[in-house]
Design a protein around this ligand. Sequence first.
Ligand code: GLU
Length: 494
Amino acid sequence: MSVRVRFAPSPTGYVHIGGLRTALYNYLFAKQQNGVYLLRIEDTDRTRLVEGAVENIIEALEWTGIHHQEGPFVGEDGKLDENGDFGPYIQSDRLEIYREYIDQLLESGHAYHCFCTKDRLDKLRNDQKAMGQITKYDGLCRGISLEEARKRAAAGEPHVIRLKLPANREIVFNDLVRGRVSVNTDDMDDQVLMKSDGYPTYHLAVIVDDHLMGITHVIRGEEWVPSTPKHIYTYEAFGWDAPQFVHLPNILNRDKKKLSKRQGDVAVGDFRKKGYLPEALVNYIAMVGWAPEDNQEIMSMEELIEKFSLDRVSKSGGVFDVDKLNWVSAHYIREADIDRLTRLCIPYLKEAGLISEEDCSGRYDWIRLVVKVSRDNLSYLSQIGDEAKIFFGKEVAVENEEAMDLLRMEHVPGLLNVLKEKVECADAIDAEFGKTIFKTLKKETGIKGKNLFMPVRIALTGQMHGPEMVEIIEVLGRETIIERIDYMLENNMA
Ligand code: GLU
């Protein structure tokens, strides 16, 4: 049987980084097994719907390169469309299907109508809590015959439909990551399968859909482990074979707590906005809770597909380490095609007020050079403004007292004047000039080492550290270098 897997997010507005990893592992597994990876939208919780959320999910996944073969897509007109033979892939378009299947469970005695009011259920729960018991439905409506229940329902009496669990049965499943999991039905609740609004709950919809869509492996977050025994029993109630279950460990923050939105960036869109390249985010997130046998850390999507294996997914939570993400990200920024990088950096340079729309076309080559010499110091692209600001403007702010002291050394004005003269009469201020200028200065002034390099660096950039001097000189060019030397001589050395 060929592998079919799915990513089944609820459209709550954004893709959490944990959801991205779930999608990725599903995708990697499917690709490696020559199977199918599909996207299904689980929107049966009508209270949590967010406008445009489905489009956002699709967009975010497309951006990361995790492409689904079946499911909803955003068409060229911006409208949702579907691909695949197992649709619809949005659960709210499948309500008729769930009704048919809930009837089947009612008929076979595996489900029943429950007319208990919210007040009664609240009281039951509170009483159970007060007595230290586990909180679960007490089965009051289990004895109502289907005929009577149907009459009451037809008369408009509000109700839900619950799964009828057998007493004292051990439900067992074998999780491919966690091993054998076993729960007694006495510790489980008669799960609500259909709500009073006529919508199925997740628990019914997920089973009907996974079955009808031919899903062979359910790969999802570990928060669903407690629900899986109910799902296993529901498969049995329908007379269907259950798929394989794989529960992925949580993604934790550095304090080993579940990563949540309160602590900052957790949405794929947040990382995109900050300027992480999609291939970096994917590469890093693949390694949170999994590592290849050879411990290679930088991996393209193709390599991930080749190396991925479910049996190397760890049982315990993976820690989300921003420093490690930044390290991976810096690697991809250094390796990226320079024109792609420039295109991606331009919005950040504009936002920092360093360039204008006209600059983008008029000075493109120069901007490209700025990006080229700045990229080695970037962990993510929104840092470009800070990194590249030394290349903009005539006036330079000296970063601190230490830098100022170095600039005020007695020999500095003489040194800067010789530099200015060389810059004025050079044929071109290019990489070649940058490479030889320090030798020339040393020969002509006798100044060497730190006394030579530091004042020049500070005079030209205001800072004691930064890109290579050769690069700085080339990017600044003749006019700006002269302007900056003049500015320094006039303003900072009194
Ligand atoms: N809709 C569920 C979620 O958003 C999917 C769980 C599953 O994969 O079964 O987490």
